[in-house]
Design a protein around this ligand. Structure first.
Ligand SMILES: C[S@@+](CC[C@H](N)C(=O)[O-])C[C@H]1O[C@@H](n2cnc3c(N)ncnc32)[C@H](O)[C@@H]1O
Length: 744
């Protein structure tokens, strides 16, 4: 693109209604229903509100016209016009307005007006067609927030990422919904709903969402036929009610199990009991809900013990809260002898394959809340019947910072699941392919044309539609795997299972919940399908989206496009390593649909721009790799992006990183160095606070707290190299103020 572009200053280079954006972004975190983030987990997603506001402000011209392109305007006029743009942003960032066409059209009109003005200034130059806005590209697309919002604002959206899981998430967000917009569902209506009047109008992706729901339901029913015997209801017997008068009213009833609660066991270190498997229980309290307290107690009899569940608030309730735990980490006591069980013993037991698990309690569904039951041998035996025919064999990395299970002999991702979970997840994963075949047949029967091309080959007919529905069903299986593994905690306050990615790591857990996939609570297939289907109607479908697997350091997709992006933050999140957790299941479910994307056994790691010493051999080598790769990636943007707009780059910021002076450490310096060496000058910095300050995660931990948005313009050719001293000055000049604003 020509160097002589007249690029008016954009609003983002002058002013932003920052508080309004930050409030909306923080509020969005608590929204679950319909939020695209429920489609599939990705780490450190940016809030849609921030992405939308930044893109808008990056595209509209600042009314002040500081570069003299709009002479003849008074300051008061410019201020008034700027306020109008602010008002558009204030409405635009509200979650309620995500699909409000009136609000969106106002924003789109302002964007087009600025674009026409810019084209007028650059008449005759290639790339400045007033009738066609440039397309958008995000080369580090991750969970897809930024491309999604660009598409919503009326741009064709391109997204790329190195990681196949991220690529698929982006396809599900911006590529697939527009392809099948406005189509009516083809799936069979579940028997129980046949009498209900169905919609006749299917705008946007609502038809697709409905098919995900219908085939999801079909998948559940089919799976139950095959493996329902492993998930029986529990019958309340007279025997059970003897110890628990509260159960009397339920005798004879069969209750749906919500979850089985297990404790891992090792052989007792006490020689007198070395034949016994004793529990490593971090808590014996099951529910702390007021008036609904429940707990489990070991009842010891010689060298045997059993678990007995009780309700209420006994005198030793507080003591029960620590289970058999003695202190932090892997320090427990033997329930039979009280001998301490130290980490060394647990390492040796687990690595020799002697770690097992014992059922502590069963949580069932009552009419007025959860009912906690003592385990029985019969219930435990049913779980032990399960014999998996397949399991993921990819190993977790030997990097205890993110993955501690391998230290305890659980080396592969497959080891994270119980046999019953493996049987069920494999059944669901196999059913994704069967559902796909069924969709294709049903779509053809319903009269949908078919070009025989899959969605990966740009098809738009019945075959591609089958593939599309399969993608969302496979996402539901991924969601199941998040709550259906042995790193899932039972939350005694919310009385529900809590998925394993509470933070950006997979830490070891001693006692875990195994939710019933066939119940309806959190952790069930029904809940997983809902979370996958609910965001679909919110997806924009008017503009196309295209998604590719590309290394940001070598991609050329950015040519002539508007760019806003959120690169990986130094060593903070091991995307590739973590995403193998999902990749292994997605590959099992979808390899025939995306043979290229799933051609490798695990997620490709070599080019991933993460400064991990364990992968690169040393901290210095990791830093050098990150700097050179990031410089190349950002150089690509400086070279290729559309010259009529600045490029915006989000950069995550850890609170723990600030020193007293308000400046920052290695991660920041390395990153800013890459930006400047790549040929950019920084024309603005904006702090975006996306986490509530009080959240536990941001207090002194390494979690991502917020980000700074760097507004970048290509520097003149003559100033393309910059000395270390100039760089330091630029860092000092541009950052501290933003950092201070952010950390308050
Ligand atoms: C901070 S995340 C993006 C998050 C995204 N903005 C969102 O809201 O979900 C950074 C992404 O960069 C990707 N990545 C890392 N190295 C890469 C490379 N060399 N090329 C392309 N993408 C890469 C990671 O897979 C990750 O998805």
């Amino acid at each position: 693109m020509s160097q002589n572009i007249k690029a008016p200053k954009k609003l983002i280079e002058v002013a932003l209604p920052l508080d309004d954006i930050n409030v909306a972004a923080a509020r969005e975190k608590s929204i679950r229903h319909g939020h695209p983030s429920t489609l599939h987990l990705w780490w450190a997603r940016r809030p849609l509100a921030a992405a939308r506001a930044v893109l808008f402000a990056q595209m509209v011209n600042d009314p002040g016209g500081d570069r003299g392109y709009y002479s003849g305007k008074t300051k008061a006029q410019a201020d008034a016009e700027r306020e109008e743009l602010f008002q558009i942003i204030r409405e635009l960032v509200l979650w309620e307005n995500t699909n409000n066409e009136e609000v969106l059209n106002k924003a789109r009109a302002a964007i087009r007006k600025s674009w026409r003005e810019t084209c007028e200034l650059n008449k005759g130059q290639p790339g400045f067609d007033p009738e066609k806005l440039p397309a958008f590209h995000d080369p580090f697309a991750g969970g897809g927030a930024i491309p999604l919002e660009a598409q919503r604002l009326g741009l064709e959206a391109y997204a790329s990422d190195l990681n196949p899981v991220a690529v698929l998430i982006n396809k599900a967000m911006i590529e697939i919904p527009p392809k099948f917009a406005g189509r009516k569902p083809v799936g069979p209506i579940p028997e129980s709903e046949k009498q209900v009047r169905m919609e006749s109008d299917w705008p946007g992706a609502t038809g697709l969402a409905e098919d995900v729901r219908r085939y999801g339901h079909w998948m559940r029913e089919e799976a139950f036929k095959r493996i329902g015997h492993l998930y029986p209801k529990v019958e309340i017997t007279d025997e059970m009610a003897k110890e628990r008068p509260d159960l009397k009213r339920l005798v004879g009833q069969k209750l749906t199990v919500i979850a089985w609660l297990w404790a891992r066991t090792v052989k007792s270190p006490n020689p007198a009991f070395s034949h016994a498997d004793v529990p490593l229980a971090s808590s014996f309290v099951l529910s702390t809900k007021k008036g609904k307290e429940a707990y489990v107690e070991p009842v010891v009899d010689g060298d045997q013990y059993r678990f007995r569940v009780g309700v209420g608030n006994p005198a030793n309730f507080d003591a029960l809260k620590s289970g058999t735990k003695l202190s932090r980490g892997a320090n427990f006591r033997c329930v039979l002898s009280s001998s301490p069980i130290n980490p060394k013993h647990i390492y040796s037991e687990s690595q020799s394959g002697r770690m097992s698990a014992r059922l502590m309690a069963v949580v069932a569904e009552g009419q007025r809340g959860r009912i906690y039951l003592s385990p029985t041998e019969e219930i435990e035996a049913i779980a032990r019947q399960a014999e998996p025919s397949w399991k993921p064999t990819v190993d977790m990395p030997e990097n205890p910072r993110w993955f501690s299970p391998p230290m305890y002999g659980m080396k592969s991702f497959g080891n994270l699941f119980t046999p019953r979970q493996l049987v069920a997840l494999t059944t669901f994963s196999d059913l994704v392919q069967e559902a796909r075949e069924k969709v294709i047949a049903d779509a053809k029967a319903a009269g949908m044309a078919d070009d025989g091309q899959g969605v990966d080959a740009d098809g738009t007919g019945a075959t591609a539609y089958g593939d599309a529905v399969a993608v969302y069903l496979a996402f539901a299986v991924d969601r199941l795997s998040m709550t259906g593994n042995s790193l899932v905690r039972w939350n005694g306050v919310g009385e529900k299972a809590q998925h394993c990615f509470g933070r950006q790591a997979l830490p070891m857990l001693w006692d875990y919940a195994e939710p019933n996939f066939f119940a309806t609570a959190t952790g069930s297939i029904t809940a997983a399908i809902k979370m996958t289907e609910n965001p679909l109607p919110w997806m924009p479908t008017q503009k196309i989206g295209l998604v590719y697997q590309r290394d940001a350091a070598t991609q050329t997709l950015s040519i002539g496009k508007l760019v806003s992006t959120d690169p990986p933050y130094y060593d903070n999140i091991g995307y590739a390593d973590l995403s193998d957790f999902f990749y292994v299941w997605l590959r099992h479910s979808l390899k025939p649909v995306f043979p290229g994307l799933f051609s490798t056994l695990a997620v490709p790691k070599t080019e991933e721009l993460v400064a991990t010493p364990y992968r690169h051999g040393s901290k210095e080598k990791a830093d050098a790799f990150f700097l050179s790769g990031m410089t190349l990636a950002i150089h690509n943007l400086a070279k290729h992006s559309h010259g009529g707009f600045p490029v915006t780059i989000y950069y995550a910021f850890k609170q723990a990183e600030t020193k007293d002076s308000g400046t920052s450490s290695t991660g920041w310096e390395t990153f800013i160095e890459a930006v400047i060496q790549a040929g950019f000058g920084i024309t603005g910095t904006w702090p975006m606070r996306t986490e509530m300050k009080t959240r536990q995660i941001s207090m002194g931990t390494n979690a991502l707290a917020s980000s700074i948005i760097l507004v970048c313009r290509k520097r003149d050719k003559s100033a393309n190299s910059i000395s270390r001293r100039d760089f330091q000055r630029e860092l000092r000049d541009t950052l501290p103020e933003s950092l201070e604003t952010m950390i308050g």
